[in-house]
Ligand binder design. Structure first.
Ligand code: NAI
Ligand code: NA
Length: 399
């Protein structure tokens, strides 16, 4: 079978197994090259471990700290003549390299929002690891079936209040247009988005893990958030997704109380805007990211998910002196370079003048597109995409 990229709307519906393995391999090599020397996690559960920040968290824990990892995610394996999802191949590639390095790595593929998957995870921890000392919560999902009520909640990406008009780009065509996004219809839109992307499921996980006795003394847990600049606030920070992130932050003190007798602690880490499957679906954001990438690359401070996670672990969660730098609201900030004044000033200036005519010169739209397709294993110079990959489609498996 010859696998080429095919897109439907924003998403890429094909995946190249060799290319996704390359993506994973590059991240592993990056982490190994950092020669991390601080004391870090030993047994780690990553919820949302197959792509984006979760995958990079897993790679950092495993190849930066020799940690045993259990990854939970929702992906599709390859079927006859049909490639699996990127997260499936990422995990197959990760496990192969982890096992070759003598590292424990097992995965659970299923709905992390469900009680069943939580129980399966607990059983696996009990059987193989006893306890975990770090829980990374990195889910991004458009919907959640609530485990107690059975109600299916769908999140929406909408502003609150007035309609929001700003520039946006179709990153496939580099066409810049104005977009008007209508606001929420009712409070229900906010409530549903909070139900999917807020803190309740994180809390359910930690409650169940604690009740089962599988959290180690001094356990840490971290979930990811985003703030971003003024120009995206209406659609992100002050929109429905931002309300869900506020809810996630409000979960931190609740979890700290839950974990107090274990001397455990929970954090929200505010991360940088990056190209992932989830963020490419948000209007306005891809244009902002294209300009941000250009500015940050020119300044030599560009980061992808793996660079971000390396800094999160080595310079925040596991520092030499044990101190975790936090902002005035108690959050970890690894969006510090993105939010630097000089960076934001330059992005702002470019934002005002960007059009379809100049986008290729003044933004890194090409870098955005390349990275987007690399998430699916495409656009790697080293790979010949005209060659049959039959074996690779069916062979990769996870344990
Ligand atoms: P992603 O789409 O790359 O990863 C999502 C992960 O969740 C995948 O492993 C997927 O399999 C898993 N997942 C989704 N639904 C699931 C379900 N029902 N059961 C089990 N697993 C499921 O997303 P990304 O971008 O890495 O996002 C992770 C977190 O980081 C999110 O909270 C997001 O808001 C946050 N974040 C993202 C930023 C960005 O620019 N991409 C910036 C800052 C924070
Ligand atoms: Na993730």
């Amino acid at each position: 079978m010859i696998i080429q990229p095919r897109t439907r709307g924003f998403i890429c519906i094909t995946t190249h197994p060799e290319g996704t393995a390359k993506n994973v391999h590059n991240q592993i090599e990056y982490i190994k090259s950092k020669n991390i020397s601080t004391e870090g996690p030993k047994k780690v559960l990553i919820i949302g471990a197959s792509t984006g920040f979760g995958l990079s968290s897993r790679i950092t824990a495993a190849f930066g700290y020799n940690a045993a990892t259990i990854g939970v995610f929702f992906e599709k394996p390859a079927a006859q003549k049909k490639p699996g999802t990127a997260g499936w191949y990422n995990t197959a590639a990760f496990e192969k390299e982890a096992h070759a390095a003598g590292l424990y790595a097992k995965s659970i593929n299923g709905d992390a929002f469900s009680d069943e998957i939580k129980q399966q995870t607990i059983d696996l921890i009990k059987k193989d690891l006893g306890q975990v000392d770090l829980v990374v919560y990195s889910l991004a999902s458009p919907r959640r079936t609530h485990p107690k009520t059975g109600v299916v909640h769908s999140s929406v990406l909408k502003p609150i209040g007035e309609p929001f008009t700003n520039k946006t780009v179709d990153f496939h065509t580099a066409n810049v247009t104005d977009i008007t996004i209508n606001p929420i219809d009712s409070q229900e839109d906010i409530d549903n988005t909070i139900a999917v992307m807020g803190g309740e499921d994180w809390k359910f996980w930690m409650e169940d893990l604690k009740a089962a006795g599988v959290l180690a003394e001094g356990v840490k847990t971290v979930a990811y958030s985003y703030i971003g600049p003024e120009l995206t606030h209406r659609i992100y920070k002050d929109g429905t997704i931002g309300m869900a992130k506020n809810d996630l932050e409000k979960t931190v003190p609740v979890l700290n109380e839950l974990l107090a007798d274990l001397n455990g602690v929970s954090y929200v880490s505010v991360n940088k805007a990056l190209v992932t499957q989830s963020s490419s679906a948000i209007p306005v954001v891809p244009l902002y990211v294209s300009l941000l990438y250009k500015v940050m690359k020119d300044k030599g401070i560009h980061e992808g998910t793996i660079e971000q996670m390396q800094r999160l672990f080595e310079e925040r969660l596991y520092t030499t002196n044990g101190q975790i730098p936090l902002d005035e609201n108690g959050r970890i900030r690894i969006d510090d370079l993105e939010m630097r004044e000089d960076v934001q000033k330059e992005v702002d200036d470019l934002w005002k003048i960007v059009t379809s005519e100049n986008i290729n010169e003044i933004s890194d739209i090409k870098g955005y597109r390349d990275e987007f397709f690399q998430l699916f294993g495409f656009n790697y110079d080293e790979i010949d995409y005209d060659v049959e990959t039959d074996e690779l489609v069916t062979v990769p498996s996870i344990s």
